[in-house]
Design a protein around this ligand. Sequence first.
Ligand code: NAP
Length: 473
Amino acid sequence: MGQNLWINGESVECDNYRPLFNPFNGEKIADVAEASKEDVIKAIDSAAGAAVTMAEMDAHKRSDILRRVAELIQEDRDECARLIAEESSKPLKAARGEVDRTIMTYRFASEEARRLHGETIPMDAAPGGEGRVAYTVREPLGVIAAITPFNFPMNLVAHKVGPAIAAGNTVVLKPASQTPLSAYKIASYFHEAGLPAGALNVVTGSGKSVGDVLIADDRVKMVTFTGSPEVGKHIRENAGLKRVTLELGSNSALIVDEGTDLKKVMPRIVTGAFSNQGQVCISIQRIFVHEAIAAEFVSLFIEEAGKLKVGDPLDEQTDLAAMISGYDVTRAKAWIQAAVENGAELVYGGDSERQILKPTVLLNAKLTDKISCEEVFAPVVHINTFNHFADAIAKANDSKYGLQAGVYTNDLQKAMQAAKKLHVGGVMINEIPTFRVDHMPYGGVKMSGTGREGIKYALEEMTELKLVSIKLD
Ligand code: NAP
């Protein structure tokens, strides 16, 4: 299969194609277009050309297109899940979950398209403001460059394309090189749903070469990026006055207080640690357990992790499959090794088979070990203990990241203390940090990024607020 670029409502051939391999079995899936600089400029031309059409399109029409896209994905649910499983090695049942969330995301986008409005401003509240009627409107920015990662290849595209189209913008989408096919599939649904040519363009190729063209072009008004902090920083430093939102990584913490019903919550905690091989930006990486329940916690955690079925992502029973690259397996194993040499105890897993790293549990890693202070992005957690709840909060905050944190406690005072003191974008009480539904505001502090997604919040980032003031005689 040859996968061309998608520019101006058409499949466009280019000079170079790169083979795409299934991370689990190494089989070739497709030859994927590698856009040249000229191809990327063509995509921006096309998005810029469609900007007026989109800005003038009525809200109900934008809403209908997005609703129709959700319906088309629903009709192709199994095919979409298989595509995600093949290109990213996400186990099929998790891939189906992602497709279902993608449908919800486009439905929310469809609804928000109808709700986009400003407000009236009481100008006479200030001396000198009398005798005026004033209101705000939210206008589209124009061309938005969307750059997305491999780990939720359909839903994270939806979190950018959905609100961008809902607000009347046009998009040049650059999906991750390992997961381009689901992005092209989405473009075909938009085409079928009646989106005007040029309003959504998809270009694949090396992140840096495509990214740098998008970031440098003055016609691109916003870069919305989800991915690693290193790339996010590069974009921020080079984007000039463009609007930039960055949804970056984390080393999410979970605090488990004494009194927690461990048997009840353990399946959820293990899911939060190992889902999609730990390659989730809010995957549980650091667990802080009250020392009174630590022994029971560790034993139940290992027992639950032992139930996970490891294997082929296309097998309906599989919970954990291959990581995205051999490089990442080697990197994670080196970090595990370094933590062990520094005194941590490896109590489960640690070994790998081809590109599958087994679920891995360490005890008492130092917070300065890479396995703790960097984003591991692999099925690896470490469990440490605490005595005083305030110490657990301090340890959770001892991180350069701050995306979401989870706390299990039955003590209302402690829950409120955690809500106030945790320095993150979202605090999940009696829930894992990995919890997300697609309309909630979502984003990080510190090196986890700037700006918020969650359709309504992304729409605010993707529109310009304009004030209209009318002076009356
Ligand atoms: P990545 O390596 O940063 O890649 C993300 C995207 O950026 C890809 O499309 C990549 O293209 C592109 N890219 C690479 N270099 C670039 C450059 N110089 N300029 C512009 N674009 C460039 O991240 P990943 O490995 O795909 O994803 C994992 C990371 O994403 C983790 O850190 C994870 O925590 C984060 N993430 C965050 C969230 C969130 O919502 N906060 C959600 C999911 C994932 P290529 O694939 O061609 O290199």
